[in-house]
Design a protein around this ligand. Structure first.
Ligand code: COS
Length: 372
């Protein structure tokens, strides 16, 4: 992505960070033996990028969603694991605190998150409910000045390394009986399972968060009792724009690999499938425009449910199609598991699955068509 839409100084910092901190670890992250998620966020903090959306008063960069998607795309072009770690930390792991947090909560947590001293995570999904988030079973029972949380969350990005989880739990019935809580990983009763061995994104941890009678002070409830589903859905609206940017970065990285291979073929007087390359460029560019449009809507304070779903669906389908085309164009070298095109194809698939499967995005889009 060109940096014309982002603050020039921030754009320079993003470029330097990717060059100095992401490029050297990309191969190790793809293998799954790179630095931990927390170390990636610490490095972003050292570069002043762990709180892009957080106001400067709370130690952040005071940036926009245009800056945020530039950051995520630029990182994902080089390494998608680092991109999802940073995306979740910055968006669903921090943004609900920016939007729904009170002054006390912001003072206690934002600075640590924005400096990369703490890693943020988001815990909505449960194994039994899957996409049906409203059916969650994790309960929060009020007991004096606290709530006692009991349950288990599944497929949580950075579980096991995060310091702060934004946890949705049931305080009543239905969608309006869900509340959001800020839960510190160090508190008694907070445990995590073994990270999932995933097909791709090997440098990012995904796992279970177990809450065993965790006592959470009432002062750590995020927003009013019963607004937790709104907290979660609005976080995901913006979060999906970040995943869309991650997908654009993966598509661009795949195109980079395909172009490098095609240039070598040209130099050796071999045929090059220019039609395939042109189609990859068009789809990647279209996905980028959709992502930018959705980010601009967030920055304008508009509700982005529909446009985030459109961007997320299109960009993630694009990154799978483009990365698959790159594997074909780079064959036979791309049969190697560490080939850049092969790594990106494995990484791409997860983007269609997380932060709302693409079938859920279609549900959101179709509901809009029928005004449901
Ligand atoms: N922003 C604000 N409020 C929203 C919202 C949004 N994007 N989406 C829904 N709501 C509100 C609705 O307006 C409704 O409130 P009212 O009862 O006052 O009208 C309430 O939340 C319940 O919404 P709805 O009836 O649409 O809930 P459903 O159970 O039908 O679920 C989907 C809606 C499927 C869209 C939702 O469950 C979803 O997004 N699931 C996927 C979850 C996901 O992305 N998981 C991955 C997490 S990454 S760990």
């Amino acid at each position: 992505m060109s940096t014309e839409l982002v603050d020039a100084a921030l754009g320079g910092r993003i470029g330097a960070f990717v060059e100095d901190a992401i490029l050297p670890i990309a191969a190790a992250m793809a293998r799954g033996d790179g630095p931990s998620p927390k170390r990636v966020v610490e490095a972003a903090g050292e570069a002043g990028l762990a709180g892009i959306l957080t106001p400067e008063a709370y130690g952040g960069a005071g940036g926009t969603h245009a800056d945020f998607i530039e950051f995520i795309e630029t990182v994902a072009r080089v390494d998608a694991s680092c991109a999802v770690i940073l995306d979740v930390h910055l968006s669903v792991g921090t943004e609900p605190l920016l939007v729904f947090g009170n002054d006390d909560q912001k003072l206690r947590y934002l600075r640590k998150l924005a400096r990369g001293e703490w890693l943020g995570a988001f815990a909505l999904t449960e194994a039994a409910g899957g996409s049906d988030a409203v059916s969650m079973q994790t309960r929060a029972v009020r007991d004096g000045d606290s709530y006692v949380l009991d349950g288990a969350k599944a497929f949580i990005t950075s579980a096991g390394d995060a310091d702060l989880y934004i946890v949705m739990a049931r305080t009543g019935e239905g969608a309006h009986g869900i509340s959001a809580f800020l839960v510190e990983s160090a508190w008694p009763g907070v445990r995590t399972g073994t990270p999932l061995a995933k097909m791709g994104l090997h440098g990012s941890w995904t796992g279970e968060l177990i809450l065993d009678k965790v006592r959470v002070p009432a002062s750590n409830r995020l927003g009013d009792e019963g607004v937790g589903f709104t907290v979660a859905m609005s976080a995901l609206d913006s979060g999906r724009v970040g995943i869309s940017a991650q997908a654009v970065g993966i598509a661009q990285g795949s195109l980079d690999a395909a172009l490098a291979s095609s240039r070598r073929r040209r130099a050796a007087d071999l045929d090059v499938d220019v039609t395939a390359l042109a189609d990859m460029e068009v789809r990647t560019s279209a996905a980028r425009h959709l992502t930018r449009y959705a980010a601009a809507l967030v920055d304008a304070g508009r509700r982005v449910t529909l446009d985030a779903a459109i961007a997320k669906l299109y960009s993630t389908d694009t990154c799978v199609a483009v990365s698959q085309a790159a594997v074909d164009l780079c064959a036979p070298d791309s049969a190697a598991e560490d080939h850049p095109a092969a790594v990106r194809l494995r990484d791409a698939k997860a983007c269609q699955i997380y932060e709302g499967t693409n079938q859920i995005q279609r549900v959101v889009i179709a509901r809009h068509l029928f005004n449901d």
